[in-house]
Design a protein around this ligand. Structure first.
Ligand SMILES: [Zn+2]
Length: 313
């Protein structure tokens, strides 16, 4: 029974691979080390990819301090059905792109297939960072949060009000993720994955601030990571081990993002209600005071009139 199941699984998988191979995008466009493979109707998005590469490639080469020696293939599958076999059906539903280091390939979903609110430029810039990161640190010990945090940092994701609020909400709910747990990213729901990405980004921003204070550039730090691994580079540069770093980052995060909780809709409604109530009370007191003053003035006036009348008499 098991044997038959295995045979049928092999047949299904081979058919899947064969079908995927038949549906491989047939058009190509090249920009420097990047070969974009796309199907019919994807000409516009391919031009968009090239314009993103034109900006990102020199930027990333400077940031990571390396160029790419091998060719990178960017696949744009023609349909969503073709996307999954290309990534061996291993990706979570929310993933809009992936970099496969062994094949040096980036595989991208078309934006109309996204189930999350990311945009195409963000996704491509994120995956591009993984390409350069892999080129730099393929043989070094590096935590996943550092890889994902840098990818988010370069993708243009900002810790704005909306993202700050996500961190703040998780903080107050006691649901922040340990940096070492970011390793299980692939098994997370989109909400948890989004939090893991934002926390990784915030840890990278914190690391950048600490390095800047000591006059250490990203490039110097990367070189140290390449030679000694992340843990030792952290010790050499900041004098911290990963636990020290996590504690200090957590305090910094708490200090900077706890106040974002007031932007929570429920809290915001309370704040607005309190302001309206205080405003109404103030208006009432002001009106009462004005009425009282008017009465006093009227009383004063009538007294004066009575006085004038008495003099006339
Ligand atoms: Zn990533």
């Amino acid at each position: 029974m098991h044997f038959i199941n295995i045979i049928s699984l092999i047949i299904i998988l081979s058919m899947d691979t064969l079908l995927a191979a038949n549906r491989m995008p047939e058009n190509e466009s090249v920009y420097q080390n990047f070969r974009i493979k796309y199907g019919q109707g994807a000409e516009k998005i391919t031009r968009n990819i090239i314009s993103i590469l034109e900006i990102a490639v020199p930027e990333y080469e400077k940031f990571y301090g390396t160029d790419l020696e091998r060719e990178v293939v960017i696949f744009l599958p023609s349909s969503l059905l073709d996307f999954h076999p290309l990534v061996f059906d291993q990706l979570p539903e929310w993933s809009n792109g992936v970099f496969v280091p062994d094949r040096n390939q980036i595989i991208l979903k078309k934006p109309q297939w996204y189930s999350t609110d990311q945009n195409f430029t963000q996704v491509l810039r994120h995956e591009l960072s993984h390409v350069y990161f892999h080129r730099m640190f393929a043989n070094s010990e590096v935590p996943l949060w550092f890889n994902e945090g840098l990818a988010e940092y370069l993708s243009g994701t900002a810790l704005d009000i909306s993202n700050g609020l996500k961190i703040s909400n998780a903080m107050f709910a006691g649901q922040l993720i340990l940096l070492s747990h970011v390793d299980s990213l692939q098994d997370f729901s989109w909400n948890r994955a989004q939090l893991a990405y934002l926390q990784s980004l915030s840890a990278v921003i914190f690391l950048e601030k600490r390095l800047n204070q000591l006059g250490i550039s990203w490039q110097d730090f990367f070189e140290s990571v390449r030679r000694n691994g992340f843990e030792q580079a952290l010790k050499n540069s900041l004098g911290m081990d990963p636990i020290d770093f996590e504690i200090k980052w957590y305090h910094w995060l708490k200090e900077n993002y706890k106040w974002f909780i007031i932007f929570n809709w429920e809290n915001l409604i309370w704040v607005v209600m309190i302001i309206i109530l205080a405003g109404a009370l103030y208006a009432m007191r002001y009106r009462n005071r004005k009425t009282l003053r008017r009465w006093e003035e009227e009383e004063e006036k009538s007294k004066e009139e009575q006085l004038t009348q008495s003099i006339e008499i």
